[in-house]
Ligand binder design. Structure first.
Ligand code: UDX
Length: 441
């Protein structure tokens, strides 16, 4: 079977390369011709461990081709996966523009297609989207009937950035939403070689599973962050130990119990917001989703409060922010906590210096310092030099190697705020060390 993938962002590229590696012939399509040129020159448009190697092997074996010609992508394949972005617009509402545009292109091409073709939506869309606007767009543009002339299925992905290649091969489950037998069968065949539970259900359930999963996972972190904020007020208490004790319960598990200045990224912030909007539009209260978001909004302020407790007003203080990416091993700054921390610091008149091993360019491109100057350092050690305070936002390995002695020597006054709990408090006891969820010791 030949596949085409629409949208070569994180999800689409990993699926394109992953499917090629398990034997499919794949055409990866993107409207961004520059991205296609980059990929064809063997360069990755983002940082994602092991992805370039996977792409290289697919292109060398001539099973993976990149194109900006959508007719060619559809007409030379049997199944088209749509993996374009579904971001929030400026009003913070879901923007389905890219999804609709992709389905227009596919529909238009389907008009010319001879045999059976199946369209699979991987992008995260709210329940009702596939049976509604997606089906309508495809039928209108193609002049054909869904479930008769072409197949349609929903197939959400659950990959984490920075672990996406591993998550492709070792996925916990595959969810297939399909309303007709043939679509169910064809998508199941595509995933036949995957040894994991497969859930076949309706469009709406498949769409909802993605939102409910993302909201539940984010809720877990907001929960531990809430506990962290309580622990911080209790002498001798440490949320890391509390989380360890909780995680030993097989029903809880240790995953996603790492306290932080909040969760970020391209998925959870928008998916939680969309789920909340969906609930409200249906006249349903969703207080857990609301609190999950609320705790997350407040969490970066914990670092600011700690800095103010140690230094007094931050106006004129030099504050170093270590880490811009929303997590380690990615250059993605979408929804990154660093942006909230920096915004709060600038509002308080602090002099901000930042460093990230790979996300500096992406952060600069956002140009969101509102005219205020931010200094960009060339390394972690340069960033902390002469600082009154350091806030660790991203858990990069490079930052873990900065010792107490380094901080003491480099900083004007060594106030270290560990927003990601990357250090062992005992080894930093001779400087002012404050950490999320660590009570007075
Ligand atoms: C997430 C989901 O994990 C994935 O299933 C979905 O398909 C897309 O969204 P991703 O956004 O790549 O993946 O990031 P993830 O590794 O889950 O981390 C999200 C955020 O939570 C990061 O900012 C991370 O630093 C933070 N985090 C993670 C914590 O604060 N504590 C934790 O214990 C784990």
């Amino acid at each position: 079977m030949k596949l085409s993938i629409f949208g070569l962002g994180h999800v689409g590229l990993v699926y394109a390369a992953g499917f090629a590696s398990i034997g499919f012939h794949v055409k990866g399509f993107d409207i961004d011709a520059e991205k296609i040129r980059m990929l064809n020159r063997g360069r990755l448009p983002m940082v994602e461990p092991n992805l370039m190697e996977l792409i290289d092997s697919g292109t060398k074996q001539q099973r993976l081709v990149f194109t900006d010609d959508y007719h060619d992508a559809v007409l030379s394949s049997d199944a088209s996966f749509v993996a374009v972005d579904t971001p929030l617009n400026e009003e913070e509402e879901l923007d389905l523009g890219q999804v609709i545009s992709a389905f227009r292109m596919i529909g238009e091409s389907l008009r010319k297609a001879g045999g059976y073709h199946i369209v699979v939506i991987k992008s995260t869309v709210p329940p009702g989207t596939t049976s509604g606007i997606v089906r309508e767009t495809l039928e209108k543009e193609s002049g054909k009937k869904a479930f008769e002339d072409f197949g349609l299925a929903v197939n959400p992905e659950f990959m984490r950035e920075a672990h996406a290649v591993q998550d492709f091969f070792e996925t916990d489950r595959i969810v297939i939403g399909a309303n007709d037998e043939r679509s169910r069968k064809v998508v199941s065949e595509i995933y036949a070689s995957f040894r994991c539970p497969k859930l076949i259900t309706s469009f709406n359930n498949a769409e909802m599973i993605k939102y409910a999963s993302n909201s539940f996972l984010a809720m877990k972190i907001s929960f531990i962050n809430m506990i962290a904020n309580i622990c911080e007020r209790i002498p001798g208490s440490d949320v890391e130990v509390v989380a360890e004790g909780m995680g030993l319960d097989k029903r809880i598990t240790p995953s996603l119990l790492k306290p932080s200045l909040g969760w970020g990224g391209s998925c959870w912030p928008k998916d939680n917001k969309v789920l909340l909007d969906l609930a409200r539009s249906l006249g349903v209260e969703a207080p857990l989703v609301e609190s999950t978001l609320e705790i997350n909004e407040g969490q970066p302020l914990q670092a600011i409060r700690m800095a103010e407790e140690a230094l007094g007003p931050l106006r004129g203080r030099r504050v170093a922010v270590l880490g811009l990416a929303f997590k380690a091993n990615t250059d993605d700054v979408r929804g990154a906590v660093s942006r909230k921390v920096i915004k709060h610091l600038l509002e308080r008149g602090a002099r901000v210096v930042v460093y990230d091993p790979v996300a500096m360019d992406n952060y600069r491109a956002l140009a969101e310092s509102n005219g205020k100057t931010i200094e960009y350092a060339e390394s972690g050690l340069e960033c902390i030099r002469d600082a009154d305070c350091v806030i660790v936002v991203t858990e990069w390995e490079e930052f873990k190697r900065i010792t107490q002695e380094d901080y003491r020597r480099a900083m004007k006054r060594p106030v270290l705020i560990d927003g990601m709990r990357i250090y062992d408090a005992k080894r930093y006891s001779e400087i002012t060390y404050r950490a999320i969820g660590l009570g007075p010791q």
